[in-house]
Ligand binder design. Structure first.
Ligand SMILES: *Cc1c(COP(=O)(O)O)cnc(C)c1O
Length: 386
């Protein structure tokens, strides 16, 4: 049969309890509620950390953006797709993160592919990636021509060793990029941003941080990793805490110029919707001034940690993401099913998204949750795990 690996691979996935299926959410996506097959749940798997999705003012800005500039950019940025809405959003982001330049992409996934492919032009480029880097960073890095090294998760000593070792073999010059996530997607812990920035600087490397889970949530005005140090290149998706869609990348004037001229992902892709760019401007305005959203996440996270039973294996973090490690795939699915019966939607995360035997519940605490939601969640988890 033609392409008979398709059926074979699907069956193997089922046998390993790694089979995945789409579920359709029929709620109006108002805050924390989710409706699956007609049943209501409190959603603890959403990345809408600040509870900004479906915000009245952002929706209004979207409508206004559509009326002013249209829903569609109608071509790539370099042809005629670059609108005032894009430019204004880029300017706001530059000001927010104190960066010279910003470039918009249709997704974080494509921004990562774009960056690694552009910088990985030849074998003279060396990428040093944290072991737990997102799939899109790994794909971008390995599909480039660069030499890729992975350092142990958040391990500065190991990274230093790798940087020193490759220095010895290089013929005098090399192009070095250290890459990590600002907040790691699957365990919620933060990168050692200040140490990474110092090390990169002393090794004449650039530091690249994927701030998908830091933007909006971390830093006084939600600036993410740039609140702690001046990061050479930052990428953040707008589809998580920002509550819209697309992604941005901040960098130097020169790298910006290079990407505009050479990045195939940028050049051969339609510019993001100008209406969404306009809505994103509004969202960032709210993120900067509404500190209560970040404070709420912290308060609820402290409460959650306090309420969990001792035998529950929680990874402690200061982000919105709280991983409870279960280990076995089947057991993780089983706990997730039990929670569903109690009206809690919490997806089990399994390999290959996480390492073998580290299946987990990835709890995301959002500004739209309240004390009662957290108490109920903790109680149900304690019951399901003992
Ligand atoms: C979600 C995510 C992305 C991808 O961003 P999209 O805009 O959803 O494509 C990239 N990196 C990390 C760490 C993410 O969590």
């Amino acid at each position: 049969m033609n392409f008979d690996f398709i059926r074979r691979d699907i069956n193997a996935q089922k046998a390993k309890s790694q089979y995945r299926q789409l579920v359709c959410n029929s709620a109006a996506s108002k805050g924390k509620e989710i409706v699956i097959n007609g049943k209501n749940y409190v959603n603890f798997s959403s990345n809408d950390y600040l509870g900004l999705n479906n915000h009245l003012e952002i929706n209004k800005a979207l409508q206004e953006g559509a009326d002013k500039f249209g829903v569609c950019a109608s071509s790539s940025s370099l042809v005629t797709g670059y609108h005032y809405a894009h430019q204004a959003l880029e300017d706001d982001i530059c000001q927010w993160l104190n960066k010279p330049k910003c470039l918009l992409f249709s997704s974080g996934f494509s921004a990562n592919l774009a960056l690694f492919q552009a910088l990985g032009k030849s074998e003279q480029s060396h990428f040093y990636l944290d072991k737990l880097s997102h799939a899109s960073m790994i794909d971008g890095a390995y599909h480039s021509k660069a030499i890729v090294k992975r350092f142990q998760h958040n391990n500065i000593e190991h990274l230093t060793e790798l940087l020193n070792r490759s220095g010895k073999y290089s013929t005098g010059f090399s192009n070095k990029l250290v890459a990590s996530e600002g907040v790691f997607s699957m365990d919620g812990c933060q990168a050692k941003v200040v140490e990474l920035a110092q090390l990169a600087k002393s090794e004449q490397a650039w530091l690249y941080l994927d701030d998908a889970h830091s933007i909006g949530v971390i830093g006084k005005e939600g600036q993410g990793s740039n609140y702690f140090a001046d990061i050479d290149i930052t990428m953040a998706t707008m589809g998580k805490a920002i509550g819209t869609s697309g992604a941005f990348l901040t960098c130097s004037e020169e790298l910006y110029e290079y990407l505009v001229n050479f990045s195939r992902h940028y050049i051969y892709s339609t510019a993001i919707s100008p209406a969404i760019a306009w809505a994103t401007k509004k969202s960032i305005e709210l993120i900067k001034k509404e500190h209560w959203r970040r404070e709420k996440i912290c308060e609820l996270s402290v409460l959650f940690t306090k309420l969990l039973a001792e035998n529950v294996e929680l990874v402690t973090t200061e982000s919105s993401i709280h991983a409870i490690i279960i280990g076995d795939e089947k057991k993780a699915l089983n706990v997730s099913e039990q929670l569903k019966k109690q009206g809690i939607w919490l997806t089990a995360i399994r390999p290959p998204t996480v390492a073998n035997n580290s299946s987990r519940l990835r709890v995301t605490i959002c500004a739209s949750h309240n004390d009662k939601d957290i108490r109920c969640l903790a109680e149900c988890i304690n019951k399901a795990i003992t």
